[in-house]
Design a binder for this molecule. Structure first.
Ligand code: B3K
Ligand code: ZN
Length: 879
């Protein structure tokens, strides 16, 4: 721990800085053991604050050695400044002044992957949120924006490529085989958007002509062995640039846009100005090395980081409490982009699935926080599904309230009003209000309140009066620090279906879908002229991130699945039906009763499989049973074994009942054609592999044989990976040796490809046939690296987050293992440790025995010297 007890900081305490920085000039001399950083900063007093005398200049900096500091050319003596582990305090004598600070850092020893660090043979940076303070002493806060000029000096042979933000303005060879490159970024930016890369890299290049006719150079830099895996990212980048011009009128602003792929990275990617740095797993793809899911992830992440150039970089956050200002908005932007590039409904289903399976869990747990938190101990703990995904849902609700054109008016005003500024979530909402003349006062509570609101809906039909009344009650459960909640403004999109499944007009205009604005604790909406009892279709398109309760019968759900004009609700009805049936079976498992599958699910799935009019990706989504995690959320006391057993039973029963159809669809789609990562082809492969996933559940050889043949003949990684994981999880005993053989062959073939091997690790770690011993064995594999985030996530993360029955083994061995790994990793890389620990934080939801075991390991972790990251998660979980 840095201090004895890390302290929380509060949004209400926000104050502007005492000084602003106009220009930042950095010189990096990259050495074999350490790097010398010389920073020249021009400051001026913030005159909008009242000062009796010139305040001290408090710079932050950690893990560095100060060599010298001068103000306006005067070298400061030790008596003239104060230095501590985290701060350098100077006393200026003029309102405007220049500092020159020289300090040494050791990137080669930096295992936190924050600040400047080394990854394989290269140097790179990660500064968001507070990594810049590991590079040099600075005002490391997002409201301090300045123009950066960066000179990088290094050995030319080992580091021929030297990159930073902006445009290269000088290149020069120096003595001793060293060289120098200077970059200038004309756009003012906060330090978190600073980046530097040095290495022996190759690049692919393309150009993009912007809407005003400027030509921009696009480069993707990778280690030489990855040069054949950049095409998809480049195509995605160009699509994103065009889309942002067409949909938001936003043009790229520098002469060059660069992406660099690195293997050691704590998250997916980072939007540094003009120089995005990516986790290699989110940029590299070739049909034989990456699955469809990876291709789609790359398209989405490249777009996300590119879109930040406006939503995040040109207009940035005032403070880190406002993180959702850029993240929620940018996730909304990338989701819309993906929806436009692929299937809109499928994208919506995927996003809602993620939100409900994971964000709802977070919102109901000990770390629950509003999308704009009002306090935190460690900001890195707040890069959450709540800030990102729920944040995007909040932006989506605004989009739906003001409409597509109104939203564009709002974003135009927001970008125009705040270009070059560091602003707040409230500024965003205000721009939407001002551009559209709407009042979002009540809506603002979405920013300040945690927890998932609940809508309880009931209805009445009065045949005589031909009136249908829908009553909606809203509530929101208490969350840590927020016992009672204010009302929300909840847009509830709905429609009514008649007995034939036809949409009914909702008013005189004949509209068949509309948004009800829920603003009261309880409200009744009356529909007149309704000539038969309708069936309501509620929360269409998942118009608000809420739990919606309405007492649908199983017949109602099957009906909605078949007839609802809203594609999302057809899927959701199918999910509700499956949940209802699985949860009933969970009860039976617990009582030791015989399990019988309700035929309505078999009929419904059979109909879906036979429906040629449906998009194949949608069919695959409809056939996906709710995840164990989402099912777990339906139980007050989670019984993971019963959930697993009931879900497996349903899967196996469906496979048995629909075997012929599944085989027929599989065969129809199992055709040999060149791989293309395009929506229709992806849909076909997804559906084919979904069918295979069912067939291997049968305790007979049909599925195993198909999987084996697919593995042997696969022409792309999607089919190869799907077949291998089907073999690994298949029920029939004949699959075991075949799975072993396939896994071995796969490992031999891909030994040199770190991203492919990660998928091999995670397939095995997540497979329910494998227990902890297998994970421990895999951790000894030569391709495993105990410090690398991708490796840790693919083994430890996949086991603890996806292999629930084995992680929650009654012995508590999974918990002890995770605690050991968290303690070990925390000393090296706190951000990674804080992500891995997540499965332990929900301990209160389990049975008493497991509760105690989990609580015990959390307390054991607490005994160690901890980072602020783990300290915060553990102490909030135990509270
Ligand atoms: N802004 C970065 C995330 C930084 C995380 C720092 N712990 C990537 C993104 O959301 O685009
Ligand atoms: Zn982002």
């Amino acid at each position: 721990m840095k201090d004895a007890q890390p302290r929380a900081i509060y949004l209400k305490d926000y104050q502007q800085p005492d000084y602003w920085i106009e220009t930042t000039h950095l010189v990096f001399d990259l050495g074999d053991e350490s790097t010398r950083v010389t920073s020249t900063l021009k400051f001026h007093l913030n005159t909008s604050k009242k000062h009796d005398q010139l305040p001290p200049l408090e710079l932050v900096g950690t893990d560095m050695e100060l060599i010298s500091v001068a103000i306006d050319g005067q070298v400061q003596t030790k008596e003239q400044y104060q230095i501590s582990k985290e701060r350098l305090i100077l006393q200026p004598v003029f309102e405007q002044f220049e500092t020159v600070i020289v300090n040494d850092i050791k990137p080669q020893e930096n295992t936190s992957l924050e600040g400047l660090y080394s990854s394989s043979s290269m140097f790179c940076t990660q500064c968001e949120a507070e990594g810049f303070r590991k590079i040099t002493y600075y005002l490391d806060r997002p409201d301090v924006m300045s123009v950066f000029t960066t000179t990088v000096i290094a050995d030319k042979e080992r580091f021929p490529v030297l990159l930073s933000n902006g445009n290269a303005i000088e290149r020069k060879d120096l003595d001793n085989g060293r060289h120098l490159v200077t970059w200038n970024d004309p756009f003012k930016k906060p330090a978190y958007l600073f980046a530097l890369v040095a290495g022996k890299l190759e690049f692919v290049e393309d150009t993009f002509t912007t809407m005003s006719g400027r030509e921009v150079t696009l480069r993707i830099f990778v280690e030489p062995h990855n040069i054949t895996k950049c095409d998809h990212a480049m195509v995605s980048l160009k699509k994103s640039m065009r889309w942002d011009e067409e949909v938001y009128g936003r043009e790229y602003d520098l002469d060059i846009f660069m992406i660099v792929a690195v293997d050691d990275f704590n998250m997916g990617a980072m939007e540094n100005k003009g120089l995005n740095i990516f986790n290699s797993s989110c940029v590299l793809a070739r049909p034989d090395t990456a699955t469809d899911a990876t291709f789609q992830r790359i398209e989405a992440i490249v777009a996300h980081e590119y879109f930040h150039n406006w939503s995040g970089n040109r207009v940035t956050c005032r403070d880190w409490f406002q993180l959702s200002l850029k993240e929620g908005f940018t996730v909304f932007r990338d989701a819309e982009f993906s929806a436009d590039m692929n299937s809109r409904t499928v994208k919506r289903v995927e996003d809602v699935n993620l939100l409900r399976s994971h964000q709802f869990v977070e919102d109901a747990g000990p770390m629950a926080h509003p999308i704009r938190p009002d306090s935190f101990i460690e900001i890195n703990n707040f890069y959450t599904l709540t800030v990102y995904e729920k944040g995007a849902e909040v932006v989506r609700m605004i989009h739906n309230i003001v409409g597509k054109e109104g939203f564009r008016k709002g974003t135009d005003l927001y970008f125009e009003r705040h270009d070059g500024q560091a602003v707040t979530c409230d500024d965003f909402v205000k721009a939407m209000e001002d551009a559209n003349g709407v009042d979002l006062t009540l809506f603002r509570n979405w920013y300040s309140q945690a927890g998932t609101p609940v809508l309880d809906v009931t209805d009445e039909y009065d045949e005589d009066a031909q009136e249908y009344r829908l009553t909606v009650k809203q509530s929101c459960p208490a969350t840590p620090g927020q016992e009672t909640k204010k009302l929300f403004h909840i847009p509830l999109e709905m429609g009514l279906l008649d007995g034939e499944g036809e949409p009914m007009p909702l008013d005189k205009s004949g509209l068949t879908t509309k948004v009800l604005d829920i603003k009261q604790p309880e409200e009744t909406f009356v529909f007149t002229g309704v000539d038969e009892r309708p069936l309501p279709s509620l929360l269409r398109g998942f118009s608000a991130p809420v739990h919606l309760n309405y007492d649908y019968s199983r017949e109602d759900l099957v009906f909605l699945m078949s007839y609802d004009e809203d594609g999302f609700n057809r899927w959701d009805s199918c999910q509700r039906l499956a949940i209802d049936i699985i949860m009933e079976l969970v009860g039976k498992v617990q009582k030791g009763e015989e399990l019988v599958l309700d035929s309505s699910l078999i009929e419904a799935f059979g109909k879906v499989l036979a429906d040629d009019s449906l998009d194949k990706a949608m069919v695959a989504e409809l056939l996906h049973l709710p995840s164990e995690t989402y099912l777990a959320e339906q139980m007050e006391v989670i019984d993971i074994d019963a959930i697993h057993q009931a879900r497996q039973f349903v899967k196996q029963s469906l496979a048995a009942a629909l075997k012929d159809q599944l085989v027929a669809v599989y065969n129809e789609l199992n055709i040999d054609k060149p791989y293309k990562p395009e929506a229709d082809d992806i849909a076909e492969r997804t559906l084919k592999n979904t069918c295979l996933g069912y067939l291997v559940e049968l305790d007979e050889e049909t599925g195993v044989q198909l999987a084996q043949a697919q593995y042997a003949g696969a022409g792309n990684m999607t089919d190869s990976m799907a077949a291998m994981s089907c073999l690994a999880s298949a029920e029939h005993a004949s699959s075991r040796p075949l799975a072993e053989k396939a896994l071995q062959e796969f490992a031999d073939k891909w030994a040199e490809d770190t991203n492919v091997i990660d998928m091999w690790f995670s397939t095995q770690a997540a497979c329910h046939h494998n227990g902890l011993e297998k994970v421990k064995e895999l951790m000894q594999h030569k391709a495993f690296d105990k410090k690398n985030p991708n490796k840790m996530r693919s083994l430890v993360g996949a086991f603890c987050g996806r292999n629930l029955v084995n992680f929650h083994d009654k012995s508590g061995s999974g918990y002890e293992f995770l605690a050991d790994e968290v303690i070990r990793i925390d000393a090296l890389n706190p951000q990674l440790a804080a992500r891995l620990i997540n499965p332990l934080t929900r301990w209160k939801r389990y049975d008493e025995e497991r509760r105690e075991l989990m609580q015990k390991v959390l307390k054991r972790i607490q005994q160690h010297e901890l980072s602020s990251d783990i300290f915060e998660v553990v102490s909030k979980s135990l509270a």
